[in-house]
Design a protein around this ligand. Structure first.
Ligand SMILES: [Fe+2]
Length: 409
């Protein structure tokens, strides 16, 4: 978001909600009631939302409870006991929900659009689950015009949605000037520096401190598995690529994980639970960490992979038998990753940027031959958090524009 976008949003910004977001009043509340300590809201479209009392009390948007400047919480919910109850629950003339609380007599006023956007009933939670589709060798990588992404917020939004959903996108028709990758990355947020710098050049060089800076084939991998939280995004901008070889390959680690779970559940169990150590060896730094090769969330869905065969460190924390099983499981997974069925392959053209989720879309390069031509890519990292923030801001802008449009008609 540029500062001008933000000032446009501030016209419509309201203290009626406990965040800085903008929520359309798309559905009216018909009635509100209290039952067994919970607050029920009946919507015009027939849906019902049930709010737990502590949850609703904590989200009171008034300026005693949420700072009118930061919108961060001022009120400490633990000052009340857990059996806080709504004493009165009514609608005001503007259709807002008014609740008076029993313990401190505080009165809260809730915006219906905010309540609708944040309710958590089964129907609401199901409607919000987007589920990220996984992909294999037949994947048509979503492609966007770089100029459009740089200049137009709607095209930026479409690109961010695809990047978040698939973890792999291409931008075409970018300039071949150095520094272009930074401009594109800054449409999302701040670059995340590493010991390779803020912007790194992928080029064959004699003083290489990474296999990436040799011309050898690089197997499918993620970057910086040696960090506790490896970068969430990686961008590679092709400036020159006329050497023979040097094709790019990508594979969706979440798709491989799904396949592994179906075909070898005992291996899946090991690679999702055992910590595998990684280490980067260099003259001036020594990063080490360990983690499962596939990390699952509380619902058992893969949320990140930690797959790299050239930065592995010896396992030293397991007894021999467990160590053997862990290595065999890793072997199984890494052989699977290499299978053609999972990977897309193409040659990056000058002016093309590939943007991908470093903890999901594994990347590789075939060997290239520096005596046949040049190959130079500029790259950088960002965090997933910045992608999510940029997406949220664009979604807010779109809601704001929709409200403006509806008010104008
Ligand atoms: Fe890499």
């Amino acid at each position: 978001m540029t500062s001008s976008n933000i000032s446009e949003l501030s016209d419509i910004y309201t203290l009626d909600v406990p965040d800085m977001d903008i929520w359309p009043k798309a559905e009216k509340i018909l009635t509100a009631r209290v039952s067994s300590g919970d607050i029920y809201v009946d919507w015009e479209d027939g849906r019902v939302s049930r709010f737990q009392a502590l949850w609703l009390r904590e989200q009171c948007p008034c300026i005693q409870c949420h700072s009118e400047i930061t919108r961060e919480t001022l009120f400490d919910i633990t000052d009340l006991s857990i059996d806080v109850q709504a004493k009165i629950c009514v609608l005001d003339a503007d259709g807002y929900l008014i609740v008076q609380w029993d313990q401190d007599g505080h009165e809260s006023r809730y915006h219906p659009g905010w309540l609708r956007a944040n309710c958590y009933d089964d129907w609401a939670r199901t409607g919000r689950e987007t589920g990220k589709p996984t992909w294999d060798k037949d994947f048509e990588i979503p492609a966007f015009e770089a100029g459009g992404v740089l200049e137009d917020d709607d095209q930026l939004y479409d690109w961010l949605v695809a990047l978040d959903r698939y973890g792999l996108t291409r931008l075409y028709n970018a300039s071949t000037d150095t520094g272009t990758v930074e401009k594109v990355a800054n449409r999302i947020g701040q670059i995340r520096p590493s010991n390779f710098g803020s912007i790194f050049e992928v080029v064959s060089r004699p003083d290489a401190n990474s296999n990436a800076y040799l011309s050898v084939e690089l197997p499918l991998h993620m970057d910086l598995p040696t960090r506790e939280t490896p970068p969430g995004l990686q961008f590679l901008h092709c400036i020159v690529n006329d050497a023979e070889g040097g094709e790019s390959l990508f594979a969706d680690a979440f798709h491989v994980a799904k396949f592994l779970k179906q075909t070898a559940p005992e291996v899946y169990e090991i690679v999702t639970t055992v910590d595998y150590p990684f280490r980067n060896r260099a003259l001036d730094c020594d990063y080490r960490t360990a983690g499962p090769l596939i990390r699952l969330d509380a619902d058992g869905h893969p949320v990140e992979s930690r797959i790299n065969t050239f930065l592995t460190a010896p396992i030293t924390h397991l007894p021999h038998d467990q160590l053997k099983k862990a290595l065999e499981a890793r072997h199984h997974l890494m052989r699977l990753v290499k299978e053609d069925r999972f990977r897309v392959q193409f040659k990056l053209r000058p002016g093309e940027i590939v943007a991908f989720d470093n903890r999901r879309a594994l990347h590789a390069r075939t060997e290239f031959f520096p005596n046949t031509g040049n190959r130079l890519l500029e790259g950088c990292y960002l965090d997933r958090d910045d992608l999510h923030s940029a997406l949220n801001m664009q979604a807010r802008r779109k809601r704001c524009e929709a409200i403006r449009k509806s008010e104008a008609t």
